[in-house]
Design a protein around this ligand. Structure first.
Ligand code: ADP
Ligand code: ASP
Ligand code: MG
Length: 408
């Protein structure tokens, strides 16, 4: 007997036919005593469509109302999925995030899971149900429904698996596993048999959309192994776990190449060259819940002044500009420039620690394509370059070809 949490993304439930495909697959693989919880996303592009709809009604959709709206997408898919199981003669019940005991903070549109109280899921399993839980949503202590940020159903699945002490958390998606680059962008990308939480977290954080970063963090903290695999092909996917266990996997220095086009560059020009300036800027941004990355300070064209340049999510660009405008009168910097036509390309791998030449290899591959590097930043296990957005596909392919040369 196994307790399994299986998460299906939007493309896996995009149509009634796909819903039945997944229902039949789950039932075919289910052993008689298996206890199964399914976490599901909204059908197809539903969440994108709801975001567009919100924009047509209000330019500044209040975040609480955005959550009220977006959470409806998953509510559609849980009802249809539970009904499809029942139509096949399998007992099943749908639960929203709040009904499933997913408690979050009140940080609307980016809420974090505080706790999963799985009593109701356990009761429904004891009664012989397959339990279908809405991904991407939870309940704050204010009594309001929240959502967990785009891609948040992954995090629901891992949190539910941890809360239930499940044997495995399977993330079913529209590719066969985690690859050395997005296989839709880099045709020669290779599927990894396994990857550590640390490498996967860095890949996800730097743009590999196959897993939400918080889901990987949750897996690491709670020790839940994650199997990323295809909904449509019955093949082994990629196991995300604490340590590498396969010799061939240990050999890779670079584990993957990613890109992120959802970034914006913000430059605060002409800030005074005195202590506390960076603190005031980044403290105000942090208080507004804006994540920043790639921070660079350099001497300004004006004497005794600096420019502070950083990147943030494109979705946060307007909020960041608003925060900086409020600081301008007291701090007296000259202006704020914003640029959305940028992209970040990164290489990731814990193996690069102590391996000289990785950065040079990456820069060389980009230089050979005549790509200008706007900002460079490094962590212990990654190197990222901000480049013009229209060159991102060429860049990712060039860097991938350098580290994973095409095999004859
Ligand atoms: P789901 O709807 O199942 O959650 P997502 O679209 O969120 O699916 O994630 C799957 C997509 O992630 C793939 O279609 C692929 O284009 C993209 N992706 C980006 N980087 C990678 C990578 N390194 N390995 C696999 N897929 C990746
Ligand atoms: N439906 C949500 C989204 O599109 C959550 C998810 O798919 O994981 O972001
Ligand atoms: Mg996803």
């Amino acid at each position: 007997m196994a307790l399994l949490v299986k998460k299906f993304g939007g493309s896996s439930v995009a149509t009634p036919e796909k819903i039945y495909h997944l229902v039949d697959r789950v039932l075919a693989e289910k052993k008689p005593d298996d206890r199964i919880v399914i976490v599901v996303s909204a059908m197809g592009d539903t969440t994108d469509d709801l975001v567009t709809l919100a924009g047509r009604v209000s330019e500044h959709m209040p975040k609480r109302e955005m959550d009220m709206l977006l959470s409806t997408g998953e509510q559609i898919s849980i009802a249809l999925l539970a009904a499809a199981f029942q139509a096949r003669g399998q007992k099943a019940v749908s639960l929203t995030g709040p009904q499933a005991g997913i408690r979050t903070n009140a940080n609307h549109t980016k809420a974090g899971i505080l706790e999963v109280k799985p009593d109701r899921i356990v009761k429904a399993l004891d009664e012989g149900n397959i339990v279908v839980v809405a991904g991407f949503q939870g309940l704050a202590d204010t009594g309001d429904i929240t959502t967990l940020g785009r891609g948040g159903s992954d995090t629901t699945a891992v949190a539910v698996a941890a809360g239930l002490k499940a044997d495995m958390c399977e993330i079913f998606t529209d590719v066969d596993g985690v690859y050395t680059a997005d296989p839709r962008v880099v045709p020669g990308a290779r599927k990894l048999k396994e990857i550590t939480f640390a490498d996967m977290l860095e890949l996800a954080r730097l743009g590999a959309g196959v897993m939400q970063p918080r889901a990987v963090e949750y897996g690491e903290h709670t020790g839940v192994d994650i199997h990323v695999r295809s909904t449509f092909h019955n093949v082994e996917g990629t196991i995300i776990r604490r340590n590498y266990t396969l010799e061939e996997e240990k050999e890779y220095v670079v584990r993957g190449v990613t890109s992120d086009v959802n970034v914006a560059k913000i430059a605060v020009r002409g800030v005074k060259d005195t202590p506390g300036v960076a603190f005031r800027i980044f403290d105000a941004l942090a208080k507004a819940n804006i994540d920043v990355d790639m921070i660079v300070q350099s001497a300004s064209a004006e004497p005794q002044k600096n420019d502070i340049v950083f990147t943030c999510q494109k979705a946060d660009m307007a909020d960041a500009a608003g925060v900086l405008e409020t600081l301008k009168p007291e701090m007296g910097f000259s202006r704020v420039d914003m640029e959305a036509n940028v992209a970040k390309v990164s290489v990731v791998g814990a193996g690069m620690l102590g391996n000289p030449g990785i950065a040079a290899g990456m820069f060389g591959a980009l230089a050979a394509k005549n790509i200008n590097l706007i900002i460079i930043s490094t962590s212990e296990i990654s190197i990222s370059c901000l480049i013009p957005k229209d060159q991102v596909e060429v860049a990712v392919n060039a860097v991938h070809d350098h580290f994973f040369p095409k095999q004859a």
